[in-house]
Design a protein around this ligand. Structure first.
Ligand SMILES: C[S@@+](CC[C@H](N)C(=O)[O-])C[C@H]1O[C@@H](n2cnc3c(N)ncnc32)[C@H](O)[C@@H]1O
Length: 260
C-alpha cells in the first residue's frame, strides 16, 4: 500500500493486504491528487458509501481529506471509529449509519468531490438505483471510484479449483453466482459496470482489473519466496489496465467523473 503522499503520510499495511488494495489505491490517490489540484484546494470532501471499517476511508483521511462513511452496519462503524482514532484522523472521519438507497436521508446531494463505492453494488437491492444515488452525491466533475466483483474472475477461480459445474453455473446465472453457497449475491462484467456508471451520469475514464493473479497463486509461495510479493504486485499493476485481463479479474475498478 500507499507511499507517503505530498499531503500526508500513510503507514505501511500488512504485506498481504497490499495485494487486495494496491491497484485501486494507486488509481484513487492519483485521481484525488488531480481533483485537489483542479479545485485549488488541499482538502477534499470524500464520501465512502458502504465504507465498512474504513480500509480506504482512513488512508484517504491520512492524505488530509475529510471523509464521511455511510454504512448500515453499526459494528463496521464502531471499527471505523477505532481505526480512525488509532491513525490519529478521528477529526477528519465521520461515520454515519445509512445505506445507498436512502443516501440523502443522511448526506447532502451534490456535496462531495469524490465518492467511493467499493464492494457494495454486489449487495444492494437495486445496483442501478444505488449507483444513481452514489453519483448524485457528487459535485459536478467530481470523481467516482467504483469497485465490484468481476464475473470472469469467479468463473476462472471455480474452474481452477476443479469445480467445473459451478464455474459454468456462474456463467449462466444472471447474477453471476456459482451456486446457493456462493457468498457473493451479484457479480459484474466490465461492460455491465461501465454501463451502470454511464447511465448514472458518469464519464468513464479508466477500467482496471484487480487481483487478476493474486487469488490464484498459492499463498505459501507469496509469503515465503523472497521477492515474490513485490514481483506479484508489479505484475498486477502491469496487467490491471489491459482489457484482455479485465475478463478474468476478481474485481473490476471503474474510475469516472460526473458530468457537468
Ligand atoms: C465487502 S464490504 C466492503 C467494505 C469497504 N467498502 C471496503 O472496500 O473494504 C461491503 C460493505 O457494504 C455495506 N453495505 C451492505 N449493503 C449496503 C447498502 N445497501 N448500502 C451501503 N452499504 C451497504 C456492508 O455493511 C459492508 O460494510
Amino acid at each position: 500500500m500507499p507511499d507517503p503522499s505530498p499531503r500526508g503520510a500513510t503507514p505501511p499495511r500488512p504485506p498481504r493486504a497490499s495485494l487486495r488494495t494496491s491497484v485501486v489505491w494507486e488509481v484513487l490517490r492519483d485521481a484525488l491528487d488531480r481533483r485537489a489540484e483542479a479545485t485549488g484546494g488541499e482538502t477534499l470532501d470524500i464520501l465512502d458509501t458502504g465504507g465498512g471499517s474504513g480500509s480506504f476511508a482512513v488512508p484517504v483521511a491520512q492524505l488530509g481529506h475529510r471523509v464521511t462513511v455511510v454504512d448500515p452496519s453499526p459494528n463496521a462503524l464502531f471499527a471505523l471509529e477505532r481505526r480512525a482514532a488509532e491513525a490519529s484522523v478521528a477529526d477528519r472521519v465521520r461515520g454515519v449509519q445509512g445505506d445507498v438507497h436512502g443516501l440523502f436521508d443522511v448526506v447532502e446531494r451534490d456535496g462531495f468531490d469524490a465518492v467511493l463505492c467499493h464492494g457494495v453494488l454486489e449487495y444492494v437491492d437495486d445496483p442501478a438505483e444505488g449507483l444513481r444515488n452514489v453519483v448524485a452525491a457528487l459535485r459536478p466533475t467530481g470523481v467516482l471510484s467504483l469497485l465490484a466483483a468481476g464475473l470472469g474472475g469467479a468463473v476462472l477461480a471455480r474452474a481452477l479449483a476443479g469445480h467445473f459445474t459451478e464455474a459454468r453455473q456462474a456463467l449462466a446465472d444472471p447474477a453471476g453466482r456459482w451456486g446457493d453457497a456462493d457468498p457473493v449475491p451479484r457479480r459484474f462484467t466490465a461492460e455491465q459496470l461501465t454501463g451502470l456508471a454511464s447511465d448514472a451520469g458518469v464519464d468513464v475514464g479508466a477500467v482496471h482489473g484487480v487481483r487478476v493473479f493474486a487469488d490464484l497463486v498459492p499463498g505459501a509461495l507469496v509469503d515465503t519466496e523472497p521477492g515474490a510479493l513485490d514481483a506479484l504486485l508489479r505484475l498486477e499493476a502491469a496487467v490491471a489496465e489491459l482489457p484482455a485481463f479485465h475478463s478474468v479479474a476478481t474485481q473490476l475498478h471503474v474510475l469516472g467523473v460526473k458530468h457537468r
